[in-house]
Write a protein that binds this ligand. Structure first.
Ligand SMILES: Cc1cc2nc3c(=O)[nH]c(=O)nc-3n(C[C@H](O)[C@H](O)[C@H](O)COP(=O)(O)O)c2cc1C
Length: 194
């Protein structure tokens, strides 16, 4: 499997709607320009998540690149939904001047504003830019393999089960998304190399 061979960095996305805070883990984060100012990126989020729905309505989010000592956040922000629990009580965070939660101790961070959304059926792709970004040179980025290996066997099992359930949910979303059917590019009139 192509992407299962990769070992992506782990990000935490946060946002807020009114006085409600939301946050989730994401690995589908992609820079889309070489130009650093403003930084431009795409994040791909499930529309069933609270964080995604809040970002969709607010148009702003805060992205953190997790550090190697933040493995517990993988379950805290990645296994459970803010629809079912409060993820922020007891955590060390500050609200930015625009009211987004910035959690402490991460490797790098940026405040982002959504410019465009693409609905692919099972994901919203948010194209965003950031005017403020920074990093802590003493920290090192957490990657998926190290994060998974740091989970207890019971947690690993819970993550596997959630992953399988998320795939099923994504299939259902895509099936009912008649506005987004994949069409084979090969049938279109595109120039080909001889
Ligand atoms: C390692 C890992 C990577 C993840 N990557 C993504 C991702 O890129 N996009 C996404 O929508 N969900 C991703 N998730 C799942 C969300 O973090 C998870 O569904 C979360 O519970 C959503 O929380 P919320 O409903 O409070 O927003 C990932 C989870 C883990 C553990």
């Amino acid at each position: 499997m192509l992407f299962e061979q990769a070992d992506p960095e782990i990000y935490l996305l946060t946002t807020a709607l009114g006085d409600q805070l939301a946050g989730q883990i994401a690995t589908w984060v992609m820079p889309i320009s070489l130009i650093p100012d403003p930084l431009r990126l795409i994040v791909a989020l499930s529309p069933t998540g609270q964080t995604c729905q809040f970002i969709d309505r607010r148009g702003q989010f805060f992205i953190h690149l997790l550090a190697t000592d933040q493995i517990p956040w993988l379950s805290h922000f990645g296994l459970y939904s803010g629809f079912d629990c409060d993820k922020f009580t007891g955590l060390d965070y500050q609200l930015t001047p625009s009211g987004l939660p910035h959690l402490k101790g991460t490797c790098a961070w940026a405040e982002c504003e959504v410019l465009w959304k693409i609905d692919t059926g099972d994901r919203y792709l948010f194209l965003a830019h950031s005017l403020h970004q920074s990093h802590d040179p003493t920290k090192h980025p957490l990657r998926l393999t190290q994060g998974r290996n740091g989970l207890s066997p019971a947690e690993q099992d819970q993550h596997r089960q959630k992953y399988e359930a998320d795939i099923q949910r994504a299939r259902q979303l895509l099936q009912s998304a008649d506005h987004w059917q994949m069409s084979p590019v090969a049938e279109k009139d595109i120039p080909r190399r001889e």
